[in-house]
Design a protein around this ligand. Structure first.
Ligand SMILES: Cc1cc2nc3c(=O)[nH]c(=O)nc-3n(C[C@H](O)[C@H](O)[C@H](O)COP(=O)(O)OP(=O)(O)OC[C@H]3O[C@@H](n4cnc5c(N)ncnc54)[C@H](O)[C@@H]3O)c2cc1C
Length: 478
């Protein structure tokens, strides 16, 4: 195997794989370095297993909400079957098929731990010793992020779960305390409640904080209906295991929560702590700040433009699809720069990740689902936009009432009144995930509201909420 390539990619998660693929298609020789499994966090311990656990819970609930189907689906969820299905989605924690794909794409793989040692040089610690690699054009860092453990006395000693243990669960605990109120916490609360755990969520700042306030409220209400306990506005001050082996969490209001296991879902930390970044004047352990072409903002890059970072590690949007979007731009721009081809780095050009700034879509697979894109009302106001928001109860839509008996949900559009375009949209309700792309197109395309009136939603679908939202806003006249 060669030790010199045009591009070295560190990290073979979804983002690293896409950078390598797009650069290779662009004409570069590429090697990718992976210390665990090719496919990364998303494939084995994040998106895929979490959604596999949740899907059975959602399917059962969906049947329970439709007269006729409800009578047919009367048993309990078969947990063993759910876990078997999860195992199939994580390929039994083996990466053979993804390695095969790398080979078919013409990308070399070095299994081991990569560290930057200088400009365009990387060393990889493998089982067989250290391999020194050099890059002619660029090094791209796509090492992702890891769960952040808060500094709570005793927490580290109780073997707390992170998202890895939760998504890889082999036995559902009788009870589970979850510290955190973000997406991972809310999704895992939904999954484990559905799979039979008595879940307590401990969240200092409420549920799904950065989203529209009604998202966390509706998800919280349903979690409580399903039997979960919400402890909002409180934090653990100390954690220990008692003689029975249960985890005891002391809270700052003087109360305590006792559970068989504790899941910590309080955020992510960049996987840059042992990456050799100090060798090129950067700080190990920091998120890597980048420009819109994914070039790392650093002195080392000012002339040579050799170091890129995409995906979770740059902290722009910690989502697989958004990281892969960055990766497509990064792979192509690295190839263009290396081969002296034109670089299209104007906003919305081929070589930039413009959408990261105000058009990031996200689906939170709770019950109800939360599908959002762009700015919330508050974020838009904070950014100085003159906005008006319109809300609509999705349960009043014919399509929604057919979808589920007693459908509850709400939608909001945040509209820039000066430019007459949609800056943000949030849909909360059962089966709204696939509505989101319509909103993403409206936001990215900056489609005038007057033109959206001509985008006619089909009857009777939940997408008719678009019409109701536009009617609530009123038809702009030119
Ligand atoms: C529980 C959970 C559920 C999620 N669900 C979703 C979802 O439904 N949809 C969604 O869009 N996002 C979801 N995410 C976020 C998503 O997992 C991440 O955004 C995505 O994995 C980021 O991809 P990445 O390639 O940047 O990093 P990763 O997937 O973390 O991949 C990085 C790779 O780099 C390797 N690596 C790290 N350091 C080195 C090194 N020094 N040398 C060699 N290799 C190294 C790692 O082993 C890893 O394989 C979820 C996250 C969590 C925690």
């Amino acid at each position: 195997m060669s030790t010199n390539y045009d591009l070295i990619v560190i990290g073979a998660g979804p983002v690293g794989e896409n950078i390598a693929d797009y650069a290779t298609k662009g004409g570069l020789s590429t090697v990718i370095i992976e210390s665990e499994l090719v496919g990364g966090e998303c494939s084995y311990w994040a998106c895929m297993p979490s959604k596999a656990l949740l899907r059975s819970v959602h399917a059962k609930k969906a049947a329970d909400r439709v007269g006729g189907a409800q009578e047919a689906v009367t048993g309990e969820i078969d947990v063993a079957a759910v876990l078997r299905r999860r195992d199939s989605f994580v390929s039994e924690y083996r990466d053979a098929s993804q390695v095969e794909w790398l080979e078919s794409a013409g990308i070399d793989l070095v299994r081991g731990y990569g560290r930057v040692t200088g400009v365009r040089t990387v060393e990889v610690t493998t089982d067989d010793g250290v391999v020194e690699l050099t890059a002619n054009a660029a090094v791209a860092i796509a090492t992702g992020s890891a769960a952040l453990l808060p500094d709570i006395p005793g927490l580290a000693d109780v073997s707390p779960w992170t998202s890895r243990e939760a998504t890889a669960v082999t036995e559902i605990p009788t009870s589970l305390a979850i510290i955190g109120g973000g997406v991972v916490a809310a999704e895992m609360a939904t999954a484990f409640t559905g799979l039979g755990s008595a879940v307590t969520v401990i969240a200092r700042s409420g549920l799904l904080g950065p989203m529209e306030p009604f998202a966390g409220e509706l998800v919280g209400t349903q979690l409580e209906k399903d039997g979960a306990t919400l402890r909002l506005g409180v934090s653990p001050t100390a954690v220990r295991r008692n003689e029975q082996g249960d985890v005891v969490l002391e809270l700052d209001d003087g109360s305590r929560v006792i559970a068989a296991e504790v899941l910590v879902a309080t955020g992510r930390t960049p996987r840059t702590d042992d990456l050799g970044l100090a060798s090129v004047g950067l700080t190990d352990g920091d998120w890597l700040s980048v420009d819109d072409t994914l070039l790392v903002d650093a002195d080392t890059n000012s002339d040579e433009q050799w170091l890129y970072a995409a995906g979770d590690v740059n902290h722009r949007a910690l989502l697989t699809h958004q990281g892969k979007y960055q990766a497509r731009a990064a792979g192509e721009v690295i190839a263009a720069r290396a081969l002296g081809k034109p670089v299209d780095d104007a906003p919305w050009g081929a070589h930039v990740a413009t959408a990261d700034h105000g058009a990031v879509p996200q689906v939170t697979f709770t019950d109800p689902e939360v599908a959002s894109v762009g700015l919330t009302e508050k974020a838009a106001q904070n950014a100085g936009h003159h906005v008006r928001s319109v809300d609509y109860e999705i349960g009043s839509i014919a399509g929604a009432s057919l979808q589920a008996d007693g459908y509850e949900g709400r939608a909001r559009l945040v509209i820039d009144e000066e430019r007459d375009i949609v800056l943000g949209a949030t849909f909360v309700g059962q089966d709204v995930a696939d509505l989101l792309h319509s909103a993403t197109i409206a936001v990215v395309g900056q489609v005038p509201v007057s033109r959206l009136w001509h985008a006619v939603p089909s009857y009777p679908t939940i997408s008719e909420v678009w019409l109701r939202l536009l009617e609530s806003y009123g038809r702009p006249r030119s």
